[in-house]
Design a protein around this ligand. Structure first.
Ligand code: ADP
Ligand code: X2W
Length: 262
């Protein structure tokens, strides 16, 4: 099986021009198939404030009403996605910006209303990923760059970028030897979020279950870890979480960051 790196970058890296440039330079040198998934929650929140659209989150997920859907479609599908594609093209990487609607790459279902109405948020499953088209693009040495948007019933839906990375990893794990990497601004999953060096180098499920009730994990790291374990449970061999630059530069056993295992 050929190797495929599925790499997600989060909002704090996107928002830092220097860190982003360094990340993209390293990303463009990877000598294997790659897919990039980007977030951009922070940028959408900032631009939303200027437009009078307040951000509203529940458990790390954005509640997406109609004006917010327009906002994130413009910001993720337009501004962030196309800027990344242009930067990667300059670095010699044949990036191709997509949402889940393009080529029916990821079909979603609108999240059903339970205790919370998340609005226009899409839930996704590996079965609804168009792996055939993705494999065709990868064989042409194209690098798909995913915005965190999917579609259902003629509508764009907002979908957490970590979830897209995890679902793509599971779906493509049947065709490729997948390595799933979540890149963010910290050196890894931290034992104390205020201590940058307190990286947990190895986080097996048992240790996660032990640390969770102690309040070690909060905010955005929660969906990231949930998505990491979901991918491993579904057969993805390796998941890493860590600082953008380290992880992409050192893709061997010496990799810095947190290795997540079952
Ligand atoms: N134990 C922890 N280790 C690392 N990050 C943590 C931890 N607990 C809470 N966090 C928070 O989770 C955030 C990462 O989630 P998020 O902001 O969604 O990442 P991304 O940049 O990928 O979008 C970190 O910036 C940090 O504030
Ligand atoms: C439904 C949902 O929560 N969608 C996310 C998609 C963006 C994202 O995941 O961005 P980061 O990776 O930068 O956090 C949001 O709108 O915030």
């Amino acid at each position: 099986m050929e190797k495929l790196f599925i790499i997600k970058i989060g909002g704090n890296v996107l928002d830092n021009a220097g860190a982003l440039e360094a990340f993209l330079k390293d990303f463009a040198t990877i000598k294997a198939h790659t897919i990039l998934i980007h977030g951009g929650g922070k940028i959408a929140t900032k631009l939303g404030e200027q437009l009078g659209i307040a951000a509203n989150y529940h458990n790390g997920r954005r509640i997406t009403d109609a004006p917010t859907l327009d906002l994130v479609t413009m910001v993720y599908g337009g501004l962030v996605n196309k800027q990344l594609v242009a930067q990667l093209q300059r670095l010699g990487c044949n990036a191709w910006g997509v949402t889940g609607a393009d080529g029916n790459l990821i079909q979603a279902t609108k999240r059903p209303v339970k205790d919370i109405d998340y609005g226009f948020v899409g839930d996704i499953k590996p079965e609804n990923v168009n792996t055939k088209l993705l494999a065709t693009l990868l064989q042409q040495n194209v690098v798909p760059v995913f915005a965190p948007l999917t579609h259902a019933d003629g509508k764009i839906l907002n979908t957490n970028a970590d979830t897209i990375a995890s679902v793509l990893a599971v779906a493509l794990g049947k065709l490729y030897d997948v390595r799933l990497i979540f890149c963010f601004e910290k050196k890894g999953v931290l034992r104390d979020v205020n201590k940058a060096e307190s990286v947990i180098r190895h986080l097996p499920r048992e240790l996660y279950d032990q640390l969770l009730p102690q309040g070690v994990f909060a905010d955005g790291i929660l969906p990231k870890l949930e998505n990491a374990y979901a991918a491993l449970n579904a057969g993805v061999k390796e998941v890493l979480i860590g600082e953008a630059i380290d992880l992409v530069k050192n893709t061997g056993p010496e990799t810095e960051g947190t290795l997540i295992t079952l």
